[in-house]
Design a protein around this ligand. Sequence first.
Ligand code: DC
Length: 231
Amino acid sequence: MSPKKRINIAIDGYSACGKSTLAKALAKKLDYVFIDSGAMYRGVTLFALENNLIAADKIAVPRLIELIDSITLSFGPFDDNGNRPLILNGKNVAEEIRSLTVSQHVSEIASIKEVRVALVKQQQQIGEEGGVIMDGRDIGTVVFPTAELKLFLTADSHIRTQRRFDEMQAKGDSTSFEAIQENLAHRDHLDVTRTESPLKQAADAIVLDNSFLNQEEQLAFVLKLVDSLLK
Ligand code: DC
């Protein structure tokens, strides 16, 4: 019997569109590996903050580039919530990378060419064997341009803010709705307008607007697509 075909699935889209939630559910259903590429950019941002490479909103880009190869990023074993924490130089930083401070600087860090080159290389290595679902901003266009399935997620911006607000409240984070809204709009703007690998829909991506779809409906929609590809 031939081994079961394992495809790569690229999920791109704006901030807080539910990309990771969908990717995680798909990975569980298909027994694939889920990689949150945004967590990797957040890890580099946390490294920069912890090493005083960001001061008064200015990033010490040449120093960060010098240090880029000393940053080790990996994903640890599944925790009780079914998430794999980001490990930055041996330390579990799952919580820290979700802070508003990291969110405020991550898009700028992600616009640095050398940072992208280093992370894209690691991401491509992870996908070599297939069976990977990766979400981010450049997965279908740069990381896995030959992915068998590419999805471009979008949702109404007010709904996206509300979802992120609820998520943070549940974690006991009291960041205001307005601060989250402003951060998402700012990040989307930087992600779409940057020179290096800007967020854009791959020509062969399937658009999924999930403003009014629940998680089960989204999963069912994508599983149908996967089924037809695996036939
Ligand atoms: O998915 P996220 O919101 O955690 O991503 C954090 C930031 O990282 C986002 O503002 C843009 C950037 N990013 C990127 O440029 N390319 C990726 N593949 C993933 C994220």
